[in-house]
Design a protein around this ligand. Structure first.
Ligand code: ASP
Length: 323
């Protein structure tokens, strides 16, 4: 009798699970962005969400849950029900947080299920338009000689702008005053309003303001110059030898989300990454969607593990911690 009821309970669970997967999605999906609205992660998420919602036939709404370099939102997603209705767009900061934070209430490498990579975005060192230096070499000298007054913005401890700034300060053997924001949106507003001097951030948010002269574009963080900003030298060219940081973005779900749900979401993500609107908008922001084989759960899971392993020794060597 007891055995029978265990079997029927298991059957009910199995059928419920299967029904949930075939019906999925039956309601609104929330895509959590761990930074303020108007920043690169927000832009990438909104473009992808719009297309995914068309494919999935349900609204995909973006919710900004900013703070502590993305770790507050990550903690929330790790604790969310793994039913495919809470998704998470993050970037390289998800991997670096594992070393930057000595204590996190979740494990970035274990508590999330990848859906797929979205894009690899170059970064740029930008400054307020009225900052004295005129080019990359001058700005490096300026940082070194004015270290007591230079201010360097970031999108919070653990943000990729924080990582870029930290690596730059390390490479120049110079510490400046850093100013944390809740995202690149508000940080860029303060660069444009001349309240802060410098920021290293994704081209997603800097390409437009560099083009219109609202900010000074000093250098790019890739090894090669960018097609969209051909006149801006690399930091390596400007004398910071070997400097290289790019920011990947990926779409995650809480660990335990059923594989068929992850696969359905990955399919919708791949469709989004092929949509002409997403391709065009990404191109105008100096980036492009990843190849379809990287927009898969397995590719993102592998990438996340590789990135955690890659950045741990670099961050430990720099000896910086966010807490
Ligand atoms: N670009 C930001 C960072 O530095 C975050 C954001 O997307 O607003 O991590």
């Amino acid at each position: 009798m007891r055995r029978l009821s265990i079997i029927s309970a298991a059957m009910a669970l199995f059928l419920g699970h299967a029904a949930a997967q075939t019906d999925y999605p039956a309601r609104t999906i929330t895509m959590i962005v761990p930074f303020a609205a108007g920043g690169p992660t927000d832009t990438v998420a909104r473009l992808v969400a719009e297309s995914m919602s068309q494919t999935l036939g349900q609204p995909v709404i973006v919710e900004n849950a900013a703070g502590a370099g993305g770790t507050i939102a990550a903690g929330r997603v790790a604790r969310a029900k793994p039913d495919g209705y809470t998704l998470f767009v993050h970037h390289i900061g998800h991997a670096t947080s594992a070393a930057l934070y000595r204590k996190l209430p979740y494990d970035p490498g274990k508590d999330f299920a990848g859906i797929g990579l979205i894009t690899d975005v170059p970064m740029t060192l930008v400054g307020r338009a009225n900052l004295p230096p005129n080019d990359a070499k001058e700005v490096i000298e300026y940082i070194k000689t004015n270290k007591d007054k230079v201010t360097l913005a970031n999108a919070g401890l653990g943000a990729v702008s924080h990582l870029c700034g930290m690596l730059l300060q390390e490479a120049l053997a110079t510490q400046v005053t850093t100013v944390p924001y809740k995202g690149t949106g508000p940080a860029m507003n303060d660069i444009m309003g001349s309240q802060v001097d410098l920021l290293c951030d994704q081209t997603t948010n800097t390409t437009g303001p560099i083009g219109s002269g609202k900010v000074e574009g000093y250098a790019v963080t890739t090894r090669e110059r960018l097609k969209t900003l051909p006149n801006i030298p690399t930091l390596d060219e400007a004398g910071v030898k070997g400097f290289e940081v790019t920011a990947w973005h990926g779409l995650f779900a809480p660990k335990g989300t059923p594989q068929p749900v992850l696969d359905k979401l990955a399919g919708a993500l791949q469709t989004a990454l092929k949509s002409p609107r997403v391709v065009e908008r990404f191109a105008s922001l100096g980036t492009e969607p990843v190849a379809p084989e990287r927009a898969t759960p397995a590719a993102l899971d592998q990438h996340l593990q590789a990135e955690i392993a890659k950045w741990k020794p670099i961050i430990e060597k720099a000896g910086v911690y966010a807490d």
